[in-house]
Design a protein around this ligand. Structure first.
Ligand code: ADP
Length: 424
């Protein structure tokens, strides 16, 4: 069902993981490279700026540091482009450096490859007035440029290795990145798939539930049309059937709407301070005649004046659902007991009956949508198996808990705990 989405999400996730990897690699590379070359560049600049000549000799006082970086080699070039001074004088690479320096243009920092070596070079004009030095034989030595050179073979090779490691890490990691992307996509789709499956099941069950009353309405209407000469009185049984099924559909549709809105988080509680006794009494008043009519006994025990922050209508609905079930599934001379007490910061409600009970294997499923213990047996009771789902939603929306205990042929107990205080 979600194959296309899974593929797209996998690609997207892989791209994101790849991007993170690339950003990390690029940052690492540029950090290492700047760390490596910044030191050398600073050392070269320092050497050049210190290369000041006073009275024909280098001005030692101008040096910022007496310890120069030994990696930097200095060259002085005359107006003919010839290197006239090289320090240290016995530089191993002396001849290569002189040849390289002869080709350099004055300007900013450059990187040159010459005779199998890589050089970082800074060639700047010799800016001082007294740009004249004297050779030991007393002849004049004019200086045009000062050049600082550093051999960076090892640094460049290290950077190349780092680049290879990052690139091979990336290529070797493509499979892992793809798997990570797929795993993340699967993970992201799990709740969507579950919600989708639930929704599909919900729609299928709802259609199924609506099909039966609709069929009854249709059949009865068709049968009535076969005998248009008959009066309403003569057809009253069929009209009653149609009406009963219409009422049933109406109830079912409004229940479905409640659940759909609850799923979409569109149902908000109208929280107020509620006195539990008052709500319970209203519901009990409603039920007492029905209970008596069925030949059952109803016992109510409530601690007086329990106050609760709750939605009064929903609390009423919750009690109706539980008492209605107790009434439906208990046969005479059965007993229904409703108790309510306060325990620390919680209100504990218990609805107990001595009815048919719930099978142990059914107990974990009773709060599921459209679940009915024994579908055939309960068909005539009129329930669609949605009552307890709504009850659970009401309790959980109030921050409470609901659970059921039951023994077949002995009875059932529903326990509800609701926090006294809810955020209004
Ligand atoms: P229904 O409308 O079918 O009563 P509910 O969601 O309220 O739907 O209940 C789901 C199922 O749980 C019922 O069909 C019934 O099998 C079982 N059940 C609920 N309450 C009781 C009870 N008090 N005694 C026995 N079985 C119950």
């Amino acid at each position: 069902m979600f194959t296309k989405t899974l593929r797209k999400l996998t690609l997207l996730n892989s791209a994101v993981v790849m991007l993170i990897f690339l950003t990390f690699g690029a940052t690492l590379y540029s950090y290492v490279s700047s760390q490596l070359f910044n030191n050398i560049d600073n050392a070269m600049e320092e050497r050049i700026s210190s290369f000041r000549v006073v009275n024909g000799r280098p001005d030692i006082n101008r040096r910022r540091s007496i310890f120069f970086d030994p990696r930097v080699i200095m060259l002085l070039r005359d107006p003919n482009g010839q290197v006239v001074i090289l320090t240290p004088f016995a530089s191993e690479d002396g001849e290569n450096l002189k040849a390289l320096a002869a080709q350099l243009e004055s300007g900013s920092l450059t990187v040159k490859t010459y005779a199998d070596h890589i050089y970082r070079v800074l060639c700047l004009p010799y800016q001082y007035d007294e740009n004249v030095l004297f050779r030991p034989d007393g002849s004049k030595l004019e200086i045009q440029e000062v050049i600082a050179v550093s051999i960076v073979d090892s640094e460049v090779s290290m950077l190349r290795h780092l680049l290879i490691i990052i690139a091979s890490g990336l290529f070797a990691g493509i499979l892992v990145i793809g798997l990570a992307g797929y795993y993340l996509a699967r993970l992201a789709l799990v709740p969507i798939q579950t919600a989708w499956d639930r929704q599909q099941q919900f729609v299928a069950d709802a259609s199924h539930e609506l099909r039966t009353p609709l069929a009854v309405v249709k059949t009865n209407a068709e049968l009535m049309l076969r005998h248009p000469e008959k009066t309403v009185e003569q057809e009253s049984a069929r009209v009653t059937n149609v009406l009963r099924e219409a009422i049933r559909m109406n109830k079912l549709v409004s229940t479905l709407l409640t659940l759909a809105r609850a799923d979409a988080n569109q149902l908000e509680l109208q929280l107020k301070s509620v006195v539990v006794n008052e709500v319970v009494e209203t519901v009990v008043e409603q039920f007492r005649p029905l209970v008596e009519l069925k030949g059952l006994e109803l016992n109510v025990s409530i601690e007086p004046q329990i106050e609760l922050t709750a939605d009064r209508e929903r609390l009423h609905q919750l009690l109706v659902i539980l008492l209605d079930n107790a009434l439906k599934y208990t046969v005479p001379p059965g007993k229904i007991t409703l108790t309510c007490s306060k325990l620390q910061n919680q209100v504990v409600l218990k609805v107990e009956d001595t009815g048919c009970g719930i099978l142990p294997e059914d107990l974990p499923r009773v709060f599921g949508r459209f679940f009915r213990g024994d579908k055939a047996r309960h068909r005539e009771t009129g329930g669609a198996g949605l009552g307890l789902s709504i009850a659970q939603w009401i309790v959980e929306k109030h921050g409470g808990k609901i659970r059921a205990e039951s023994t077949p042929n002995v009875g059932t107990q529903f326990y509800i705990t609701l926090p006294v205080k809810n955020k209004v």
